[in-house]
Design a protein around this ligand. Structure first.
Ligand code: FE
Length: 339
């Protein structure tokens, strides 16, 4: 009796061991291939955590936004990519219009990510939020003198404004949102006013622009919040302050980093599961903290540096509008002489 029982136990143990091994192999066999324009330092720790938790291997190809989208388009049905992760609704919208993303639906994502931060048709989902707002020198500007993006077009800012180049998708999205809000005529008047107020030529990136502001080259600038976060984290006495734009109007312009399943994904399910995981409470905290962004999931608090900037009212127009109006924004900025 004992011997039979012991044999049964052994048999069950062997079976269990085989099943575990099979499950491990199956898990190992599953991979999700991601094309990413987010830098590896930022996403690798997240993907490593996902692999550890699920056994799913993630292959990542990192590249610049433009070339990455072109590559996906050129590869067509032969692409190894299951998922695209990139920054700015402008890029996500462009990917959608190039036909390289697939519409998906997920209750889990819908529960975690507010409706204005994702594509209404499910081609992509915002995963982190950045605000493009006003920065100023507290030595030369009183916060009471600041109010809106439009106000920076007022002649009293003449020779005092720093802007990044209009070639940046961030500015194209900002101006696109302005067109959605105010129409082209009013937006063009504002952009012309900005150009007339420039202290110096537009900057190639937000960091150089904020450093110029700190160095006294100008008094106000418009930048993405996380660049400021990085500068302050490196140098706590960085002599620049953040101002939440348009609080008495429609709210501060926000944009997203986000992801979508590719049109020809071989592992569509796996890619969607990974996006669901990135939208989950645990991953949202890690994702936003890494780059001083705001979690897209409103239940999750940002890190202490970001919290220190205070709460603000974001503009809740769907961010996909920024993409939709990108072409018009580019033409408008060109007409207004914004380089
Ligand atoms: Fe950026």
């Amino acid at each position: 009796m004992n011997a039979i029982w012991s044999f049964a136990v052994k048999k069950n143990a062997v079976l269990a061991a085989i099943l575990t091994a099979c499950a491990a192999l199956a898990a190992q066999a599953e991979t999700v291939t991601v094309y990413s324009s987010r830098n590896e330092q930022l996403i690798k720790p997240l993907f490593d955590a996902y692999t550890k938790e699920t056994g799913v291997e993630i292959r990542v190809l990192t590249g610049q936004d433009g070339p990455l989208l072109e590559r996906l388009k050129a590869e067509g049905a032969n692409t190894p990519a299951d998922m695209l992760i990139t920054v700015d609704a402008g890029n996500l919208w462009r990917a959608t219009s190039l036909g390289i993303l697939k519409a998906t639906q997920s209750k889990a994502i819908e529960e975690h990510i507010p409706v204005h931060l994702r594509d209404p048709e499910g081609h992509w989902y915002g995963l982190s939020v950045r605000a493009r707002t006003i920065f100023y020198s507290p030595a030369r500007v009183k916060p009471a003198d600041l109010s809106t993006y439009e106000d920076l077009a007022d002649p009293r800012w003449k020779g005092r404004l720093c802007l990044r180049t209009s070639k940046s998708v961030y500015n194209q999205s900002l101006v696109g949102m302005m067109i959605a809000q105010y129409g082209e005529a009013k937006t063009e008047k504002m952009v012309r006013g900005w150009v007339a107020n420039l202290a110096t030529n537009p900057f190639p990136d937000d960091t150089k622009m904020l450093e110029a502001l700190a160095a006294g080259q100008c008094d106000v600038a418009v930048a993405n919040s996380y660049y400021f976060g990085r500068l302050v984290a490196a140098k706590p006495d960085f002599p620049v302050k953040l101002f939440w734009a348009n609080q008495n109007a429609e709210g501060t312009h926000v944009n997203v980093s986000g992801a979508g399943v590719t049109r020809y994904a071989r592992n569509e399910k796996g890619a969607l599961k990974l996006i669901e995981w990135l939208a989950s409470d645990k991953a949202q905290k890690m994702y936003a903290d890494k780059d001083m962004e705001f979690p897209a999931n409103p239940k999750i608090k940002p890190n202490d540096v970001v919290l220190g900037w205070g709460t603000f009212r974001p503009n809740v127009i769907n961010v996909s509008k920024a993409g939709e109006l990108q072409g018009k924004a580019v033409q408008l900025m060109d007409r207004a002489g914004y380089k």
